[in-house]
Design a binder for this molecule. Structure first.
Ligand code: SF4
Ligand code: SF4
Length: 413
């Protein structure tokens, strides 16, 4: 119902955009690459959402009921071809966070119902069934999953430390989207160049590097970069029907222990660990108490850099350039400057707009820094929290529901 209401309010804007195709210039001018998606035809958007919904539903059934790694794998190949290579990786759920944020912060930015669906459906399914979206629907995840050759174990401290980065990246992506500066998740998406069979050289190199590393460190982008994965990690912790390694009772044979390439299988909690933790209550209280301090320090540190951060915004960049190097006005090759000089904007109005953006960055950087401080605080505190487990279980936040561990369980056979 919510999707329907939102689509009724926003679709006219999108339709209007689609009625007037972009003009072609006789001068041979070519439109620059943009990181925000072009609107697709409504029919294609309907089809995309139906395919997404169908794939999420089928994957959930395959993971929870059918318990078939083979079918999950075939479905994931289909998703890679459809959402990756045919749709050119756009619009995808991973980047949709930014569209949602920009539409909330800028009333003139229309977001289509398809983007809303791409953002909400994977999160809703994760609340029901875990990260089934990551299992076989996300093209970014699937392309990495298919190249895993000989996964190595990543030391716990490295895994936990790097595991904070997706939250930091998410916070920065929200800041840049909310200020209308850029969609950094899309701009630095390492796989979109592979899906489109062409991109800037450094992005192709980045994509290939991720795939090469991914042969040994399984799904490096998913585990240590993906900001949407950070959201899915949280929602999946509360999933109602998460996959289980064994179809019935765990007999603690340990055969599944090393079967997960993502180190997402948790062992039964040793009694020793519980008693050791009891002696560390003081540290737990100390770290919990300093969370507000970490939030303040994070907010203060990032807000101190707001002028630097804001320079990524085109207006702020141009205002700084024109004030600090006025001679660029004579540079006929500088397209940004010449476009500005040819427009009816004055330097004063540009500076005023830049100041407004900078003020937005100041507030946004405080909130972003405080969020990063909060994440760091939770990371510290989580070292002193353990959940008593009597069986071998997947970690609900880290498990991608790939189904690899099914075949290791003798109870399954
Ligand atoms: S973690 Fe991110 S990139 Fe990986 S499968 Fe999930 S949504 Fe896709
Ligand atoms: S289903 Fe989860 S626990 Fe099992 S191998 Fe895949 S990611 Fe690991």
């Amino acid at each position: 119902m919510l999707l329907l209401l939102l689509s009724m309010t926003i679709s006219p804007d999108i339709n209007g955009q689609q009625r007037f195709p972009m003009p072609e210039f006789e001068s041979g001018y070519e439109y620059p690459d943009v990181s925000t998606p072009e609107p697709r035809s409504l029919t294609l958007e309907y089809i995309d959402v139906i395919v997404l919904l169908a794939m999420l539903s089928v994957t959930s059934w395959l993971v929870i009921k059918k318990r078939s790694r083979r079918y999950i794998l075939w479905l994931s190949v289909g998703a890679l071809l459809y959402f990756g290579f045919w749709k050119n990786g756009c619009v995808c759920s991973v980047g949709s966070v930014q569209n949602m944020v920009l539409s909330l912060s800028d009333s003139s930015y229309a977001v289509s119902y398809a983007i809303i669906a791409f953002f909400t459906l994977p999160l809703l399914f994760s609340l029901g069934f875990g990260r089934v979206f990551c299992a076989s629907v996300c093209p970014l995840g699937v392309i990495q999953d298919l190249v895993i050759v000989k996964p190595v174990k990543v030391p716990v401290w490295v895994r936990k430390s790097l595991g904070m980065f997706p939250f930091v990246y998410l916070a920065l992506a929200v800041l840049y989207a909310a200020t209308g500066t850029d969609f950094i998740i899309c701009r630095y998406d390492p796989f979109v160049g592979i899906f489109r069979m062409g991109a800037e050289f450094h992005l192709i190199v980045l994509g290939i590097a991720f795939l090469l590393i991914g042969m040994f460190v399984a799904r490096p982008y998913c585990r240590f970069v993906c900001p949407f994965g950070a959201l899915l990690k949280i929602t999946s912790l509360f999933s109602k029907h998460h996959m289980s390694i064994t179809p019935a009772q765990c007999i603690k044979c340990k055969l599944c222990k090393d079967s997960c390439p993502f180190d997402a299988i948790e062992q039964p909690t040793p009694d020793k660990a519980v008693s050791e933790l009891k002696g560390k209550t003081g540290k737990f209280i100390l770290y919990a108490a300093i969370i507000p301090l970490l939030m303040f320090v994070g907010g203060w540190a990032l807000s101190s850099s707001h002028v630097f951060l804001a320079k990524a915004h085109p207006d702020v960049y141009l205002a700084h350039l024109l004030i600090e190097q006025p001679e660029v006005m004579n540079d006929l090759d500088n397209l940004d400057v010449q476009t500005f000089l040819g427009s009816d904007r004055t330097l004063d109005s540009l500076v005023q707009d830049a100041e407004t953006v900078q003020a937005g960055f100041y507030t946004g950087a405080w909130l972003t820094g405080a969020f990063i401080g909060l994440v760091a605080g939770f990371f510290l505190v989580s070292q002193y929290i353990i959940r008593r487990r009597t069986d071998y279980e997947p970690h609900r936040g880290d498990c991608y529901s790939c189904g690899r561990c099914f075949k290791y369980c003798p109870v399954e056979k």
